[in-house]
Design a protein. Structure first.
Length: 315
């Protein structure tokens, strides 16, 4: 039973460290660091954790900090990278699955360094689960890319160059993390039987449900800046209503968390490495949600008081 809990220790530790870092940021937002204007360190901290509309909470930023920013619309680059990289990984895995080959030697070397080489009787299901999750991740990136191109209306908001670079690396790292969950027996080209299990069905159904809600919420946000004919008429911010916005300020962030949880379910619940990824997504999205919630509350005097920031009825 213990072998089912084997994991790429370095990968899990890296994701856990990232999760801890964002938890620390979340806790700091509850303390003195929440208030901008406390010197260079505080200004840099605020500039690194805020983006888009929440940058207004930084107050007047030094000129040198304003040089280290790029347009928020460059978010689209994250999904271009993800679609391309995870698409390549999918092709490699499908070649292994359909042609009975093995992954490239350099990938196997990286996996031996970062991943596990354990083999057990459920390796076939683990391989199918990893392929399925990588497919879901790729489809998620394709949808988000389409939404950036044809749904979202970006204002003149900015993000820090460090946030931008981090986002590019993140979407490469998360796909590579899925690839490292493929059992060693598959990486060496051994064919194993594949069985669709109940957790695959539950995970995919939850993924579809969360994705639909995330899309609806993003449409609601974009419609705040469009006329009934679909023409962009404003770049200002408004109070969104409808769908999960009736309960939380940032339902699209909550849906993102649910999407990653659905992938953990699809992997069979026991994948500790992916739960570390989920924990990172939880705290990362919580930080963004708290800052957005604060923006809505300070900008709109009639903002609904019953709304939570991130998780309905909880947080």
């Amino acid at each position: 039973a213990g072998r089912a809990w084997d994991m790429p220790v370095l990968l899990a530790a890296a994701w856990a460290l990232l999760a801890a870092a964002f938890l620390a940021v979340l806790l700091l937002l509850r303390g003195p660091a929440r208030r901008p204007g406390g010197g260079i360190i505080s200004s840099l901290f605020q500039d690194l954790i805020r983006y888009g509309k929440t940058k207004r909470g930084c107050g007047q930023r030094p000129a040198w900090l304003r040089l280290l920013q790029v347009p928020k619309s460059w978010f689209i680059h994250f999904y271009v990278v993800s679609v391309l990289w995870n698409g390549i990984l999918l092709i490699w895995l499908f070649q292994v699955e359909l042609l009975g080959g093995s992954l490239s030697s350099w990938i196997q070397y990286v996996h031996r360094a970062l991943g596990r080489d354990s083999q057990h009787e459920d390796a076939g299901n683990e391989h199918f689960s990893a392929v399925l999750v990588l497919l879901l991740l790729w489809l998620h990136s394709c949808r988000r890319l389409g939404e950036c191109l044809w749904t979202s209306v970006f204002s003149s908001g900015v993000i820090h160059i460090v946030q931008y670079c981090f986002g590019l690396v993140y979407y490469i790292a998360v796909g590579s993390t899925v690839l490292c969950q493929v059992p060693a027996s598959i990486r060496s080209g051994k064919e194993l039987p594949v069985h669709i299990c109940w957790y695959h069905i539950v995970g995919v159904m939850m993924y579809i449900w969360a994705s639909l809600h995330q899309h609806r919420c993003l449409v609601i946000l974009s419609n705040l800046r469009k006329s009934t004919s679909g023409k962009v008429v404003s770049l200002s911010h408004g109070v969104p209503f409808g769908d999960w916005f009736e309960r939380v300020s940032c339902p699209h962030y909550f849906a993102e968390l649910l999407i990653y949880i659905s992938m953990a379910i699809t992997l069979g619940f026991h994948n500790v490495t992916w739960w570390c990824v989920v924990t990172y997504v939880l705290f990362n999205q919580a930080v963004a949600a708290v800052l957005c919630h604060e923006f809505y509350q300070t900008t709109f005097s009639s903002y609904p008081k019953h709304r939570k920031a991130f998780i309905p009825f909880v947080f």
